[in-house]
Design a binder for this molecule. Structure first.
Ligand code: NAD
Length: 280
């Protein structure tokens, strides 16, 4: 079975790697050649080092896994895939343009899986001619090692589509939790309030980023603090998501912290740019 993956950024490269490691053929599409090259290098590195962190028995050769991924800038290469997992930039106009385009390229029975932090699945499904086959799949980062996916049922998503996606997730060794469609779903609607308020706490000089994160880890037993999480996601993506939440609910509780906006304007995008609340 062949799977299309759109977007070769933080999430798309993780999704492509996880699929290829599960013996599936992948077509990875990005408009940016440099992103595709970075993705190729990063996936190869991740595969080479995976034995150091996980089980070391009977690992398939990295080259063999890499051979299952086709890297391309051509959306037309998605004409014969069974599923598309789209991980493009968290921006309505970008995603809308992609769904209008691929709806005319992919086969009628191809399922569209939207990886988004906050954008409405129902609204994106409406720009296609196949709303019952459109579903949200909010993967966790880093995709190859995170076992659970938040799956979002759009207004028209069919039970058949949910079963097909469950089958694909099963072959990737992942389980899913299915929720209904409202912006931010469960995870991001709640976590973005945490991350945003943590940024306000730093802005107001109540505590440093390290101190905020330590409180969450040591007092609450979280694996990561909210600001480390924001850096991992990408501060630009966090700001995009807060904007979507603010516009969607028209609720001031989602107003983006000015410090977050300033950091993004200054090019501090978190882990992927080498600098965010922490230096990498
Ligand atoms: P990113 O900025 O790292 O990557 C986005 C990629 O999309 C870029 O490489 C860009 O060139 C590409 N792109 C833009 N327009 C395109 C087009 N028309 N066709 C093909 N590729 C195109 O973003 P990311 O962090 O990987 O996030 C991707 C999606 O996943 C977003 O919707 C985000 O909200 C969601 N998400 C992110 C995380 C996270 O931790 N970063 C977690 C879960 C979900």
């Amino acid at each position: 079975m062949k799977i299309g993956v759109i977007g070769a950024g933080v999430m798309g490269r993780g999704v492509a790697q996880a699929l290829a490691q599960s013996s599936l053929s992948v077509v990875l599409v990005d408009i940016d050649k440099a992103k595709l090259e970075q993705a190729r290098e990063e996936i190869a590195t991740q595969l080479r080092f995976r034995g150091l962190f996980g089980s070391s028995g009977n690992l398939e050769a990295s080259e063999q896994i890499m051979d299952r991924i086709e890297f391309t800038t051509e959306h037309h290469s998605l004409s014969d895939v069974s599923f598309v997992i789209e991980n493009a930039t968290e921006n309505w106009d970008v995603k809308r343009g992609i769904y209008e385009l691929i709806d005319g390229i992919c086969q009628q029975d191809c399922i569209f899986m939207i990886n988004t932090s906050c954008i409405s699945i129902t609204k994106l499904a409406a720009v296609t001619t196949r709303a019952p086959q459109v579903i949200g799949t909010h993967f966790m980062n880093p995709v190859p090692t995170k076992k659970t996916v938040e799956v979002i049922r759009g207004y028209h998503t069919s039970e058949e589509c949910i079963r097909a996606v469950d089958g694909l997730m099963g072959s990737m060794g992942k389980e899913m939790i299915v929720v209904n469609d409202y912006p931010g779903f469960v995870s991001n609607r709640i976590s973005h309030l945490f991350m945003n308020e943590a940024a306000y706490v730093v802005q107001d000089q109540v505590a440093s980023a390290e101190e905020v994160d330590e409180i969450f880890k040591k007092c609450y037993g979280h694996a990561m603090g909210p600001l480390e999480t924001a850096d991992l996601i990408g501060l630009d993506t966090v700001v995009h998501s807060l904007n979507v939440l603010y516009e969607s609910y028209q609720d001031p509780k989602f107003r983006c912290c000015p410090l977050l906006r300033k950091m993004v304007d200054a090019g501090l995008h978190g882990r992927k740019s080498g600098q965010g609340f922490y230096t990498y």
